[in-house]
Every structure is written in C-alpha cells, then in structure tokens.
Design a protein around this ligand. Sequence first.
Ligand code: HEC
Length: 115
Amino acid sequence: MRMGRHILALATTMLVAVWSTHPLAATPSGEVIAHQGDGSAPACTGCHGPAFQGNPAMKAPALAGLASSFILARLAHYAGPTGHNPAMRAVAQALTPADRQAVAQYLSTLPKAPR
Ligand code: HEC
C-alpha cells in the first residue's frame, strides 16, 4: 500500500501542475477582476466603490446584486459603437469576453446596495 500512496501523491502533483499551466487558468476569477482588474482593465472598485455599492463622486452606479445578463448587456453597450461613456468604454473594451462573464457572474452574487 505504501507504493500505491506514493504513486497517488505523484499523480496529484502532476495533475496540479497541468491544471495551473492550462490556458484556462489565464482568466482571473471574477472576484480578482472586480477588486484588482485583469491586467489590462482596471479594478471596478476604483470607481464603483469598495463593495460595489456605487460612488456618486465618480457618477458610478452600484453593481452589487445586478443580474449578470444586465451587466453583460451594459458592458457590450459601452464597448460598442453606441457606448459613449469614456470611463466605461475603456474598461469594457479592455475586458476579454471570458473576463466579462466572470466579473458579471461574481458581481451578481453580491448583496444589493441598501437604499
Ligand atoms: C474609471 C471609472 C470606472 C471603472 C474603473 C469602472 N467603471 Fe463601470 N461605470 C463607471 C461610470 C462613470 C458608469 C456610469 C456610466 C453611465 O452613465 O452610463 C459606470 C457604469 C457601469 C455599469 C452600468 C450600471 C448600470 O446600472 O447601468 C456597469 C455594468 C459597469 N459600470 C461595470 C463595471 C465593471 C464590471 C468594472 C470593472 C471591470 C467597471 N465598471 C469599472 C465608471 C467606471
């Protein structure tokens, strides 16, 4: 049994190594994007507030608890030809489709802003 366990440990190590170098790992989680950006797009907290409850000084509305389909639609709008908001245009155009999905999904799980 000793030998079997050793092989299992080795297999696990190899699996973790393959997992972490897989291209899918290049997409940061929605939580990371929202708080730290994705390397090209800035963090959403910078304008939308630390808990995504909105920031009137930046004219940035609350994002917490919005439906992910709504967030995705807004990002597509800002990135497209009819999106004229300069702040969100830059953000939306910098996000990859996978990053938009991830960040929209994450924000939709957060508690809505108190009114
Ligand atoms: C540089 C400041 C800035 C940053 C950074 C920023 N936003 Fe925004 N965002 C704004 C502003 C300003 C608006 C309001 C634009 C308008 O009036 O349409 C907005 C609007 C939005 C809206 C529309 C909300 C609604 O109720 O219509 C979404 C969705 C959104 N932002 C998502 C994000 C996400 C996701 C990130 C991070 C990846 C992000 N924003 C980062 C400034 C910013």
